[in-house]
Write a protein that binds this ligand. Structure first.
Ligand code: DGY
Length: 419
């Protein structure tokens, strides 16, 4: 569809703030980590130089310890909360103090593989490589120092799936700080509150920021003291695949980090597969304070296929599970198991379909030899964009566009996938 492709490009151009692309005006007016990754894939389809610039600009926010923050506040914007003052990170540019699914190394590999301008791509990948390595070393050193193979996640925002029912119990155990400085939410001024997290969740999201500040952002201390600690399939699976691709880049570009990266992969292969639940035919997230599996199916439960850690037997079980979900909804993949009592088809990560997660899940099914399921997920995603435009997320029963509109990463997926 020529006109929709043009519309998707127009959205990226309109959301371009000069070197970085905001997810959407008003609701998300800065640069977000995993949004930037997907958006670069979109730019890659029509402006390679701009695609590489997206990632270079993102890394301007990298911390000296290697951490890549989930938001870079390149310039002041009053329409979003919590902004840089609330995070209290005194750096230039200001940033948040947590991370997000580390898609970048995988996407750099793909961008290098598909680039028309190979000389440019190789130079860009070469200069990004040490920064990505430093980021992945940070994960290992500061979020899995005991080599369990699973990363400790300290905030629902780090998982990308902020209000997923997977975090309900772990978040409920975070006691709201009685001295929590007052605040005014901005998100519900932009989007219908029935499509956003509850106030009780926001109070806890904000309480966690105070915990980090009191700990001086010391990660090893937070691994012991943070009241919210989970293993998230979104982080672990995306990181596992990113490490496979970092390994590929290390060989391709002639760096010599193979042994170190292979060691991480062995551990995370074990870690992710330990999240398998034979009875449910799914992978579950884990609560790392209690050690218990979080037995609610979510879209990330299929991501071990994208990571590539699953056995063929487990992949077939996942296919059957998703076929079951498909009998409950019109559009795949709902972010929460539609059979779960916690399924809410319009509320953010509690049910709606997200184009970016669909992209990763479909790749996983294709990798494991299930092209029909991959095609179904792709067609559903494109159809949703065609029916209701480039929304932040979509209602899995009606296809209604939800959340923010003119959304960069949805437009980017349409470009990367629609061609
Ligand atoms: C938000 O503000 O809702 C974001 O998801 C946090 O990164």
């Amino acid at each position: 569809q020529e006109s929709l492709t043009e519309e998707a490009r127009r959205i990226l151009r309109a959301n371009d703030r000069g070197g970085f692309t905001i997810p959407t005006a008003g609701l998300y007016p800065f640069q977000w980590l995993w949004d930037a990754g997907f958006t670069a894939l979109g730019w890659m389809q029509f402006d390679e130089g701009r695609a590489w610039q997206e990632l270079e600009t993102l890394f301007l926010g990298q911390w000296p310890n290697g951490m890549l923050p989930h938001i870079v506040f390149h310039r002041p914007e009053p329409t979003y909360f919590p902004g840089p003052e609330r995070w209290g990170v005194t750096r230039t540019p200001p940033t948040s103090a947590i991370t997000q699914p580390p898609v970048v190394a995988t996407f750099v590999r793909w961008m290098l593989e598909q680039a028309q301008n190979q000389a440019q791509a190789e130079a860009k990948a070469r200069s990004l490589y040490p920064k990505m390595l430093a980021y992945h070393r940070w994960f290992k050193r500061e979020r899995d120092p005991e080599n369990t193979g699973l990363i400790t996640v300290l905030h629902p925002w780090e998982t990308g799936a902020d209000n997923s029912p997977a975090w309900d119990e772990a978040l409920a155990r975070v006691e709201v700080d009685p001295a929590l400085p007052p605040y005014i939410r901005r998100d519900t001024a932009h989007v219908d509150p029935t499509q956003r997290p509850h106030q009780s969740e926001y109070d806890r999201f904000l309480t966690l920021l105070e915990v980090y500040k009191r700990a001086g952002f010391d990660q090893l201390r937070l691994l012991r003291e943070c009241p919210f600690r989970v293993a998230s399939l979104l982080i672990d699976c995306v990181l596992h695949r990113a490490n496979r691709d970092l390994l590929w880049l290390s060989r391709r570009l002639g760096f010599a980090d193979e042994a170190e990266i292979e060691g991480w992969l062995e551990a995370s292969q074990r870690g992710i597969e330990s999240l398998w639940d034979e009875e449910a035919g799914l992978y579950f997230n884990r609560d790392l304070r209690s050690g218990a599996a979080i037995r609610v199916g979510v879209s990330a439960s299929f991501l071990p296929l994208y990571a590539g850690t699953s056995s063929p037997q487990r992949a077939l079980r996942l296919l059957r599970t998703l076929e079951g979900w498909a009998r409950q909804v019109r559009y795949l993949v709902p972010s929460t198991d539609p059979y779960s009592p916690r399924f809410e088809p319009q509320r953010y990560w509690r049910g709606p379909v997200w184009a970016v997660v669909n992209y990763l899940i479909a790749l996983g099914f294709a990798d494991y030899g299930y092209p029909e399921m991959a095609l179904r997920i792709r067609q559903d995603t494109l159809k949703l964009c065609e029916m209701t435009g480039f929304s932040e997320y979509f209602h899995p029963l009606t296809g209604q566009g939800l959340g923010g509109g003119t959304f960069s990463w949805t437009a980017a997926i349409y470009l990367a996938w629609g061609q």
